[in-house]
Design a protein around this ligand. Structure first.
Ligand SMILES: [Zn+2]
Length: 294
C-alpha cells in the first residue's frame, strides 16, 4: 500500500504523489472522439464516467521542496464530491495529498515552492485548506506559489463556460496573502525546473519541464491528461481552444520523441509516466511506470 512512486531524475529525487481520484464524463474527456473508439481503451462506469488520478509531483531541489499542482483540497461540499466522484480523504482528517507527503517524509510546511499548471479546481484546489473556525488558509504556509499571470487573470474574468472550474477560494487567499509569483510565458523557476506554455485547455496553461543529468521529465497536466490522449485529435471537450491544444501537443510530441523525454501524466489512473517510441501516428508509450496502488 502506497501513495507515492519515488524515482531519481539526474540529481533530483522525485516523488509522484497520488492526490486522490475524480470521475469525469468519458465523452467530455475525449471531445470529438466517438464512444465506440474510446471505450475500447477505457471502460466507463454506469454513469459514463471514467476514473482519473490527481497526481502531483514533489521534487527535492537544493533550494527546497518543490510541489507541482496540489490536487483538490478539502473545501468542496458533499454535492460537489458526489458529482465529480471525488475520493481524496487522507488520514487524520487531512487530504490524501498530505498523507502522500507524509509517506515521503514531509509536512506541508516543508514545501518552499508550489507551481500551479493552471488554477482549475483539480489542480489548485489543494492550494488552500479549510480548518473549522479558522476558515480558509494556505495549505503550504511557507511556500511561494507560481502561476501564469494570464491564467490568474483568466480565472478572475469568468464567464458561463469557465465559471464551474475556477473556484475563487482556491486562488484568492493565495493572492490576498501576497504569495503568488506571477509568470509571464516560458522561463526557469529554479535551476533545472522551468515552465512551458502549452495553451489550449485554457489560454495560459503551462507544463513543467524538469531537467537534470541529461534527463528530461515533462509534467504534461491537461495538454495530455492521460496516455489515452496521445493521438493528436484525442482532445478534451473541456478545452476552451482545442485547435491550440492540437498544436501544443504536436510540438511536444515531436520534442519528446527526439529527446527521449519522460512524459508524466497527472490524470492517468494507471500510469505515472513513460517515454515515446516510433514515429507519427505509430508513436507508442514505452517504459511505462505503473501507478502505486493505494
Ligand atoms: Zn485537470
Amino acid at each position: 500500500m502506497s501513495l507515492i512512486h519515488s524515482f531519481t531524475l539526474g540529481a533530483f529525487r522525485c516523488h509522484a504523489m497520488e492526490g486522490g481520484t475524480q470521475r469525469l464524463d468519458g465523452g467530455a474527456m475525449f471531445g470529438v472522439v466517438p464512444k465506440p473508439l474510446w471505450e475500447k481503451r477505457i471502460t466507463p462506469d454506469s454513469r459514463n464516467r471514467i476514473s482519473l488520478a490527481m497526481r502531483c509531483l514533489l521534487i527535492e531541489h537544493p533550494d527546497g521542496l518543490v510541489l507541482i499542482d496540489t490536487a483538490l483540497g478539502n473545501k468542496e461540499d458533499a454535492k460537489f464530491r458526489e458529482i465529480y466522484g471525488i475520493e481524496n480523504a487522507g488520514q487524520h482528517g487531512r487530504t490524501q495529498l498530505e498523507t502522500a507527503l507524509a509517506e515521503a517524509g514531509y509536512h506541508p510546511a516543508d514545501v518552499k515552492t508550489v507551481i500551479n499548471t493552471h488554477l482549475h479546481f483539480d489542480h489548485a484546489g489543494g492550494n488552500t485548506w479549510v480548518d473549522g473556525e479558522d476558515g480558509v488558509r494556505l495549505t503550504f504556509p511557507n511556500a511561494t506559489y507560481f502561476v501564469q499571470s494570464g491564467d490568474l487573470e483568466f480565472a478572475r474574468r469568468q464567464n458561463e463556460r469557465t465559471r464551474a472550474s475556477y473556484l475563487p477560494h482556491n486562488f484568492e487567499p493565495v493572492a490576498e496573502a501576497g504569495r503568488f509569483r506571477l509568470l509571464e510565458g516560458d522561463g526557469e523557476v529554479l535551476s533545472g525546473i522551468s515552465v512551458r506554455l502549452t495553451p489550449g485547455h485554457v489560454p495560459f496553461h503551462q507544463s513543467i519541464v524538469v531537467r537534470s543529468g541529461g534527463e528530461t521529465l515533462f509534467y504534461l497536466a491537461d495538454v495530455m491528461p492521460t496516455r489515452h490522449h496521445l493521438p493528436l485529435p484525442w482532445i478534451m471537450g473541456y478545452d476552451v481552444e482545442p485547435l491550440r491544444t492540437l498544436e501544443s501537443k504536436r510540438r511536444l510530441v515531436g520534442e519528446a520523441l527526439a529527446e527521449g523525454w519522460w512524459l508524466f501524466f497527472e490524470h492517468d489512473h494507471d500510469v505515472v509516466m513513460g517515454r515515446l517510441q516510433g514515429a507519427g501516428k505509430g508513436a507508442e508509450l514505452v517504459d511505462q511506470v505503473a501507478a502505486p496502488t493505494p
